[in-house]
Ligand binder design. Structure first.
Ligand code: HEC
Length: 221
């Protein structure tokens, strides 16, 4: 039976195939669009012919993008990390030396102290009450004029190692070296200076340093 019907079956299959082929054959117009699509796609590949000229442009544009990200990342990350630590580190040391620098001799503080004395100790006489700083025709104060003391200080006492040492001892040990009397001007009596005698107890070491620093600026020029 099967053999007898085989032709029929084959015919049926052929019909089915033909029918199937016939169906797609109807929408034949669809091929054009399908062909057009590939034709569009190939346009790009067609550029392969121009590839040599076009290709360089494409890769260049692509490479630009990757190049930018790394470029931005590297500099921004590196400086940010590097700058923060150093900036924070130097600050503390700068603040630390500042307080230690405070005790450094300050001529300006010395000038104020020389002229105005110690605000908290008004009973202590000011240096200016006995010493002129500028040149005067008549010295009507008890002590010698200080103008040019920075130049004279090193030559006063041969036992002093420096001008600063002489000036310092003139304050805390006023009788160690006595300025010679000048004519009728008497600076010492009986081996004792007429200068105030107790500055060593009344002035702090920093105040004495400031006074010395100030007097070292009083040059004859
Ligand atoms: C009561 C007056 C008097 C006061 C206050 C006084 N001095 Fe004198 N000073 C003298 C007399 C007097 C001499 C000179 C005799 C001597 O060598 O000590 C002198 C000498 C000096 C000398 C040496 C001057 C030189 O030409 O070699 C210095 C420096 C000095 N005084 C600094 C000071 C300072 C700084 C103060 C303030 C902290 C001060 N004196 C306050 C009276 C005074």
């Amino acid at each position: 039976m099967i053999i007898k019907h085989a032709p029929i079956l084959l015919a049926a299959l052929l019909m089915a195939v033909l029918a199937a082929c016939g169906t797609p054959a109807t929408p034949a117009p669809e091929f054009p669009p399908t062909l057009e699509l590939p034709s569009r796609v190939p346009v790009l590949p067609t550029a392969d012919s121009r590839a040599e000229a076009t290709a360089p442009a494409a890769p260049t544009a692509v490479a630009v993008e990757p190049t930018r990200p790394p470029t931005r990342t590297r500099p921004s990350a590196t400086p940010t990390i590097t700058l923060i630590p150093p900036t924070g580190t130097p600050v503390p040391p700068t603040e630390t030396p500042t307080p230690s620098a405070t005790p450094q001799p300050d001529p300006e503080r010395g000038a104020l102290l020389f002229a105005n004395g110690i605000p908290s100790k008004p009973e202590v006489p000011t240096c200016a009450s006995c010493h002129y700083v500028e040149i005067v025709e008549v010295n009507d104060l008890v002590g010698p004029v200080m103008h040019g003391i920075a130049d004279r200080a090193a030559r006063r006492d041969p036992n002093e190692l420096s001008a600063a040492a002489y000036l310092r001892n003139s304050i805390i040990l006023p009788n160690k070296y006595l300025v010679p009397n000048e004519g009728d001007k008497i600076y010492a009596v009986g081996g004792m200076s007429l200068m105030h005698q107790t500055y060593a107890d009344e002035l702090t070491p920093d105040q004495i340093n400031d006074l010395v620093a100030y007097m070292l600026t009083l040059r004859a020029q």
